[in-house]
Structure formats: structure tokens, C-alpha cells
Design a protein around this ligand. Structure first.
Ligand SMILES: NC(=O)c1ccc[n+]([C@@H]2O[C@H](COP(=O)([O-])OP(=O)(O)OC[C@H]3O[C@@H](n4cnc5c(N)ncnc54)[C@H](OP(=O)(O)O)[C@@H]3O)[C@@H](O)[C@H]2O)c1
Length: 240
């Protein structure tokens, strides 16, 4: 298969790129950090050094690629809001990294989407509960969830399947920055296996790990005031 993975220079995207390449697939891995991209090149992956916030560059770079069998849009970032002071610049950075880069990539690959191919957007289970300080990150991932479903509606006509990948906590440089407790954390190797299996089965929503996902989906069905009370208690426990 021809596979394009964004955010392949680190964390989940990197592991996914390595795992698909090890299975003999032709992988293009996007990132920005040149040293980390070199590690991909050493493993036979075609490195795509690219700032995804730059639409003109994304269009020029992605539209030159051959048609892909699988596209995984994994690049993203996380920053937390200070409840004492709403920071619109932080909010904008998070949405730029998690939502607008996805829009840029979709614009870049749209013309080459071929029948039978798969498009996966990496969201997060985080949008299922109104966690304290997570207004920017959670809302960006809620947008990815909606976007993947709406794209699935429209791309069915082109016989392109759309998948939303929603991880819980995965140990990566992104979560290494977090000082709070992260229950049910898994490795990037485990995350990559969940994603590959989910895509191979054609699952529309790939949520993992299972128990953690089940708990969050259950809590998501409770009245919002209960969810907020629970999230306030969790934040209080963490001393936020
Ligand atoms: N780790 C978790 O627990 C977790 C949980 C749920 C969802 N997720 C989601 O999974 C995805 C990957 O997360 P991760 O934990 O693997 O993070 P990570 O290790 O920090 O990797 C993030 C990747 O995204 C790239 N990137 C970020 N902003 C970019 C931009 N503007 N232009 C180009 N590339 C950009 C980075 O490139 P460079 O480093 O080369 O700049 C890097 O390759 C994210 O969408 C994240 O929200 C992660």
C-alpha cells in the first residue's frame, strides 16, 4: 500500500510509520524536525519535511504525491488553558495544530483520493468529558470527530472510507509534558497496533484502550452538570 502519515516525526505517528514500513508498505512520513525525520529515512520511509500550517506549501507538496491507499492525519499538539485568564493565542495555536492543519492536508490530497482508499483523522477520547483547562484541546478534538463523520457522509460517493482514531493516554513527547495522573496510559507501540487493527477491520471509530474508552463513553451519557462536577473534583484532586 501507499501510505501517507502526518506527525510521523514523533510519538504515535512515528510508530505507525515504522510499523507500516516494517510490513513492506511504501510510507511517506511528514514532520518538521529534520533530525527526527532522518530516523524515518534510515528505515526506508520517505520523509516529508513540511509545516502543515502553510496551506500553499501543503498544497504544493501533497498534490505531487502518488495516490494513497491510506492517509493518516496524526499531527497535532496539546496546550491547556489557565482558568484565571482565557488566552486566545493559545486557543488559536491548538486549533491551528489540530484542526486547520487537517483542513490544509485535506485540501492538498483531495484531488488524489481514490476509490477503495482510507482516510483516518486522529482525534482523542478527551472530547467526551468537559475536563478542566481542556477547552482548547477538547474542542479541537470534538471538531475532528464531527469533521470525520461529515467527511464520511460525503466521501462514500467516492468510495473512500473515513475513520476517526480516538486514543486515551499514550506515552509520547506530547504527554511527557503533563504533570497530572494519566490513567490507563499505553505505549505508542500499543497505540499503533490498535490503529492498524482498527483500520484493517474498517472500523469507523477506533477508540482505545477499550476499558478507558468504555468508561468515558458511559460518563459522556450522564447529565452535563454531573460530568462537570466530576471534572471539577478531578481537577481539585490534582491541585489545579
Ligand atoms: N499522546 C496521547 O496521549 C494522545 C491522546 C489522544 C490523542 N492524541 C493525538 O495523537 C496525535 C499525535 O500525538 P503524539 O502524542 O504522538 O504527539 P507528538 O509526539 O508531540 O507528535 C506530534 C507530531 O505532530 C507534528 N506537528 C505538530 N504540529 C505540526 C504542524 N503545525 N505542522 C507540521 N507538523 C506538526 C510534530 O512534528 P515535529 O515534532 O516534527 O514538529 C510531530 O510529528 C495528535 O493529534 C494528538 O492530539 C495523542
Amino acid at each position: 500500500m501507499n501510505i501517507l502519515i502526518t506527525g510521523a516525526s514523533s510519538g504515535i505517528g512515528k510508530q505507525l510509520a515504522l510499523d507500516y514500513a516494517a510490513k513492506g508498505h511504501q510510507v511517506w512520513g511528514q514532520g518538521r524536525n529534520k533530525e527526527r525525520l532522518q530516523e524515518l529515512t534510515d528505515k526506508g520511509i520517505t520523509a516529508l519535511p513540511l509545516e502543515l500550517a502553510d496551506l500553499a506549501k501543503v498544497r504544493a507538496s501533497l498534490s505531487e504525491l502518488p495516490a494513497m491507499d491510506l492517509i493518516v492525519l496524526c499531527a497535532g499538539n496539546c496546550e491547556y488553558l489557565d482558568p484565571e485568564c482565557f488566552d486566545a493565542e493559545l486557543f488559536s495555536r491548538v486549533w491551528q495544530a489540530n484542526v486547520l492543519t487537517v483542513a490544509n492536508c485535506l485540501d492538498g490530497v483531495w484531488g488524489q483520493l481514490k476509490p477503495g482508499s482510507q482516510l483516518a483523522l486522529v482525534g482523542s477520547l478527551a472530547h467526551l468529558l468537559p475536563f478542566s483547562q481542556a477547552g482548547a484541546y477538547g474542542s479541537s478534538k470534538a471538531a475532528i470527530h464531527y469533521l470525520s463523520q461529515a467527511l464520511g457522509t460525503d466521501l462514500a460517493a467516492k468510495q473512500v472510507s473515513v475513520h476517526c482514531v480516538q486514543p486515551g493516554f499514550v506515552k509520547t513527547p506530547l504527554t511527557d509534558k503533563n504533570a497530572f495522573a494519566m490513567p490507563n496510559m499505553i505505549s505508542s507501540e500499543q497505540a499503533s497496533q490498535y490503529i492498524m487493527k482498527g483500520l484493517a477491520k474498517g472500523k469507523t471509530s477506533i477508540n482505545f484502550p477499550g476499558v478507558f474508552s468504555g468508561i468515558l463513553h458511559f460518563l459522556n451519557c450522564l447529565p452535563v452538570s454531573w460530568q462537570q462536577s466530576l471534572c471539577r473534583r478531578l481537577a481539585h484532586k490534582e491541585g489545579a
